[in-house]
Design a protein around this ligand. Structure first.
Ligand code: HSE
Length: 453
């Protein structure tokens, strides 16, 4: 100190006997993401230490097959095949759950929490299905449960919603949250390929799962929306409350018609706050070409948020993949590590506004939207009249109508009649479609696509 009580900066030599604090990490699973975590911790060690003020040290990794080749260098003495033992082992401060699936992951996470470990997970299905139980357990044990990598891979959307927008009121979100679906819709929009061909490419490139049902059927997006909706609207969401439709029934003609009308087809996960509750839905949508979401290419993800104070904001990037997802996991490790250092674990509420009563999810029948309807019918006199009459009888007003000969139908017997509607009530549209299906006019099921606005 100088004479006036100010601290003096004194040059000093190297710090002797200084030992960086260590934080023990246990990896449950060492697949692609686990290997990415190992690599990032190694390759970015200096920066991570500087940002955290401590060293993240992998003290064990539980794997199913000890002999399997890995995508990252790891000392074989760290490998074990008993995840439960590792999840509760002394010396492990943070358990990193990367095995996926629901039941075993749930047991392991609960055991880790019970043993006072902090937990980082990338498992969206686990949180979407068992979130309530896990959050409650983490809260009552005063431990951290972080899950940035569970939604949109490398995009820090959880942090943005939980912290960046913590003071705001989120009115709606619209996200492209499944990279495989986005890859398929982008490729289909280029034309010249069937859904099956594009899906086969996605599988060959490793974007889609071997069983891609969750991707293309919308289930994966619903898991992510359940987690996002809890953060955005402070409500508990049951997966069954989310209306889910996939992209598997869309045909090349739908993409061509979308383009003709100034739209791009995207699979959207949407959450909208209304006066009576919230809308939660995953389905293909016609997105105006002028929207930022219309330009999201290939396997990329994006979430467009509208909030009261900020207005619109968008979060964009790689929603999957080894290094982007590992990046989110390691960022969580750093944050949890900081909480450990500050003795502040368990202090971040896992559910924003958790004391508010559950917000009602509005039934899909109450949705108001504009619709694209494609009817496959025989090119016979009176067909168009019958179709439009039934739509009118159900209070569905047509804004635009066109008829196209189906590709490959040289005889001009089968046509696609496409109607774009004015705003209508989903309930009315569905009852009109039922009546049309019962009127013996259709040669194939009708394709409905909601128009985003
Ligand atoms: N199968 C998912 C996707 C991976 O295609 O986006 C990330 O959840």
């Amino acid at each position: 100190m100088d004479g006036r009580g100010r601290a003096l900066l004194v040059p000093h030599g190297p710090i002797v006997n200084y030992r960086m604090r260590e934080i023990g990490v246990g990896l449950l699973g060492l697949g692609n993401v686990g290997a990415g975590v190992v690599r990032l911790l190694e390759e970015n060690a200096k920066a991570i230490e500087a940002r955290l003020g401590a060293k993240l040290v992998i003290r064990g990794a539980a794997v199913r097959d000890l002999g399997k080749e890995r995508r990252a260098e790891i000392d074989s003495s760290l490998l074990c095949d008993d995840p439960m033992e590792l999840a509760t082992r002394e010396g492990i401060d943070i358990v990193c759950e990367l095995i996926g699936g629901e039941e075993l992951a749930r047991e392991l996470v609960l055991a880790a929490i019970g043993a006072n470990k902090q937990v980082v997970t990338a498992n969206k299905a686990l949180l979407a299905v068992h979130g309530e139980e896990l959050y409650a357990s983490a809260e009552s044990n005063g431990v951290d449960l972080y899950y940035e990598a569970a939604v949109c891979g490398g995009i820090p959307i959880i942090r943005a919603l939980r912290e960046g927008l913590a003071s705001d009121r989120i009115e709606s979100i619209a996200g492209i949250v499944n990279g495989t679906s986005n890859f398929i819709t982008c490729a289909m929009a280029q034309g010249g390929q069937s859904f099956e061909e594009v899906l086969a490419t996605a599988q060959a490139e490793g974007y889609a799962e071997a069983d891609p049902t969750l991707d293309i059927g919308g289930g994966d997006a619903a898991h992510k929306l359940a987690i996002l909706a809890m953060l955005c609207f402070g409500t508990r969401v049951e997966l069954d409350d989310i209306h889910v439709e996939g992209i598997e029934t869309l045909a090349e003609i739908d993409y061509a018609m979308a383009k003709q009308h100034g739209y791009v087809i995207k699979s959207l996960a949407m959450g909208v706050r209304r006066e009576m509750g919230i809308e939660l839905r995953v389905h293909p949508a016609m997105v105006p070409q002028s929207w930022l979401l219309a330009d999201v290419p290939d396997t990329k993800n994006a979430v467009y948020v509208r909030s009261y104070a900020l207005g619109p904001s968008m979060y964009y990037g790689a929603g999957a993949g080894m290094m982007p997802t590992a990046m989110s996991v390691v960022s969580d490790l750093i944050e949890v590590g900081r909480n450990l250092g500050a003795n502040a674990t368990g202090s971040m509420p896992l559910r924003i506004q958790r004391d508010l009563p559950a917000t009602a999810v509005i039934p899909m029948a109450q949705l108001r939207s504009h619709y694209y309807l494609r009817f496959t019918v025989a090119d016979l006199p009176g067909t168009l009249g019958k179709l439009t009459t039934i739509l009118g009888q159900h209070q569905v007003s047509i804004a635009n109508l066109s008829q196209t000969v189906m590709p490959g139908d040289d005889e001009h017997e089968q046509v696609a009649v496409v109607a774009r509607t004015h705003e209508a009530l989903e309930e009315h549209v569905q009852s009109a479609l039922q009546a049309i299906a019962g009127a013996g006019l259709l040669l194939a099921p009708t394709q409905l696509i909601r128009i985003a606005s």
